[in-house]
Design a protein around this ligand. Structure first.
Ligand code: NAP
Length: 290
């Protein structure tokens, strides 16, 4: 059994992962800026403060920290926060590597929105280049900062798709419009959305820990079009789905550069992890939404 520390473990993914790791018998410590529970430990990466005693027994370190990508418009200040809460936290943890004498593996969260958007017919895999847009470059720098641990231990980077969870995340932002019966495709509606159910994502993290894997892994169950995704949600809530597409220019006006999260997307493959024996259990979008 491992002693697993999750930085940024109080959020959507961290809470689900903690629960499953504990039920599998691992010891779990959470690094948070606001400790409220006995297994919570204080850090504040922005002022380079951390409870070093908590690090000593840790064998696996996971960093899930990150200010919400789609929470606020991407002003210069917000971009600095998006970067410092990901790249800055990885760099800070790496600067403390000597305080983790037993560390075997470092796992960094990463994002699936990192591939070149040039070819809509291509299915992208982990060996493909990063795109040149803001998010792709953020992910590139995020993963480079994770690699600072390479001299110390195995490093895995999990390029996570849109997580489907009843407890928040992207779905909680989409559901209100759908429930009001005004759900509609965004932009052309043809752009792919890569998705994964929270239970499968948690199992994927555990698979990577138990097999002590290193490298980059796309964490998605499947891709579907934005139109099909919104239609499936409307069907789930037994709501109509006949409104016209929300034009791209409207979304650009409302969200600025952040509208790329809604309007862009490519097809991505999960073959690397399935070839290693990982099995997704919520394979069908309608089942996953249920
Ligand atoms: N959910 C998704 O659909 C999705 C998809 C792709 C990638 N990801 C990535 O996966 C990671 C975890 O996602 P999540 O959905 O669990 O996120 P979340 O619910 O927003 O939680 C992220 C955690 O990061 C910490 N955090 C936030 N701002 C911070 C800052 N400025 N400095 C340091 N820590 C900060 C918070 O911990 P404390 O407040 O306790 O310190 C928070 O609990 C994130 O990096 C996210 O970008 C998520």
């Amino acid at each position: 059994m491992e002693t697993i520390m999750i930085a940024g473990g109080t959020g959507l993914i961290g809470q689900a992962l903690e629960k499953k790791l504990l039920s599998n018998g691992h010891a779990v410590r959470i690094l948070t800026r606001n400790p409220t529970k006995p297994n919570h430990y204080y850090w504040d990466p922005s002022i380079k403060n951390i409870d070093e005693i908590a690090l000593q027994e840790v064998t696996v370190l996971i960093n899930l920290s990150g200010a919400g990508i789609a929470e606020k418009r991407w002003s210069k200040k917000r971009k600095e926060e998006l970067a410092s809460s990901r790249i800055g936290t990885n760099e800070f943890l790496a600067s403390k590597h000597s305080k983790f004498p037993k560390l075997k593996q470092f796992i960094s969260s990463s994002g699936i929105n990192c591939y070149s958007l040039k070819d809509s017919s291509k299915i992208y895999s982990e060996s493909d280049d990063f795109g040149t847009d803001y998010l792709s470059q953020l992910v590139k720098d995020w993963e480079t900062s994770a690699d600072l641990f390479e001299k110390k231990c195995d490093v895995a980077k999990i390029r996570t798709a849109v997580v489907l969870s009843p407890n928040g995340g992207a779905l909680s932002k989409m559901i209100p419009a759908i429930k009001m019966g005004i759900g509609s495709p965004l932009g052309s509606g043809n752009q792919p959305i890569a998705w994964i159910h929270i239970d499968d994502l948690v199992e994927l993290f555990i698979f990577i820990i138990e097999h002590q894997l290193a490298g980059t892994y796309n964490a998605l169950t499947a891709c579907t079009s934005n139109k099909n995704f919104m239609k499936s949600l409307a069907k789930h809530f037994k709501k109509p789905f006949w409104f016209p597409n929300v034009p791209s220019f409207v979304l650009k006006l409302i969200f600025g550069e952040m509208s790329t999260v809604l309007l862009d997307g490519v097809q991505v493959s999960n073959q690397k992890i399935t070839d290693l024996g990982f099995k997704f259990h919520k394979n069908n979008l309608e089942e996953a939404l249920n």
